[in-house]
Design a protein around this ligand. Structure first.
Ligand SMILES: Nc1nc2c(ncn2[C@@H]2O[C@H](COP(=O)(O)OP(=O)(O)OP(=O)(O)O)[C@@H](O)[C@H]2O)c(=O)[nH]1
Ligand SMILES: [Mg+2]
Length: 225
């Protein structure tokens, strides 16, 4: 029996260039067809948000998104209380007999470079939930979280509905190298501007997929409302 999900949910990922938005989707779904071009690491600036700590780059080659990556997926809870996530095209892999609750989730991953800021404003329209991804090794990436929160607030006013935000302070695998600023510094920055709201902030790493286990549960619970 094939269960057809009735509700489609849009999740938008906002974050500065190089924060790991596209790599996050790869961590969840494996390789997928991307609107990315090769990033020239030799010319990468260390100013602004176009910053990648080259010596700590876990990947030999890097790309940057130049428009928008979209992944259509199914997020579900099994009768054994296990969370599952599958590309929509791979839905045959799902044992629908043991699915308790399921959502069709469309992940939107817009380009993070500043010249593409308009892409993020477009991608946030109609979102049911927003993930803000910050490069935890880059102070200006953490500072820009406040800007992304304000984009979500504008959309909340337009859509007249609450849009949950979940913040990932990414690249926590670089803690050992001493270049990871971490959640407490992120909180100091964010709460100096956002005074009236408790935010959900997680330390994550695309090299440690288990760091997404708890946040994905929270995301699933939010989608139910
Ligand atoms: N050490 C470490 N490096 C990461 C992690 N996630 C991403 N990276 C590195 O950061 C680079 C940029 O990641 P992307 O996923 O392309 O960043 P993005 O946010 O999609 O960037 P744009 O597409 O330019 O907006 C990758 O090539 C990796 O080298 C992580 O969790 N840990
Ligand atoms: Mg990208």
């Amino acid at each position: 029996m094939l269960m057809v999900p009735t509700q489609m949910k849009k999740i938008t990922i906002l974050g500065t260039t190089g924060s790991g938005k596209t790599t996050f989707l790869e961590a969840l779904f494996g390789d997928f067809k991307k609107n990315d071009v090769k990033r020239d690491l030799s010319k990468e600036k260390s100013s602004n948000c176009d910053f990648i700590p080259l010596k700590n780059n876990a990947f030999k080659e890097s790309t940057t998104t130049i428009s928008l990556n979209v992944i259509n997926s199914l997020l579900y809870l099994t009768t054994f209380n296990q969370l599952g996530l599958e590309k929509f095209e791979n839905r045959d892999n799902i044992d629908f007999e043991n699915v308790e609750e399921i959502y069709q989730v469309v992940f939107n991953d817009p380009a993070g470079q500043e010249r593409f800021d308009f892409m993020q404003e477009i991608a946030v329209r109609g979102a049911n939930l927003v993930i803000i991804m910050a490069d935890g090794t880059n102070i200006s990436s953490l500072e820009k979280v406040v800007h992304y929160i304000s984009l979500v607030k504008i959309e909340e006013n337009l859509s007249k509905k609450k849009i949950p935000i979940i913040i990932f302070i990414n690249k926590s695998d670089l803690k050992e190298k001493g270049v990871y600023l971490g959640k407490s510094i992120a909180e100091q920055i964010v709460y100096s501007s956002i005074l009236d709201e408790k935010l959900l902030i997680y330390e994550t790493s695309n090299l440690k997929k288990e760091t997404y286990t708890e946040p994905l549960r929270i995301i699933f619970n939010y989608l139910a409302y």
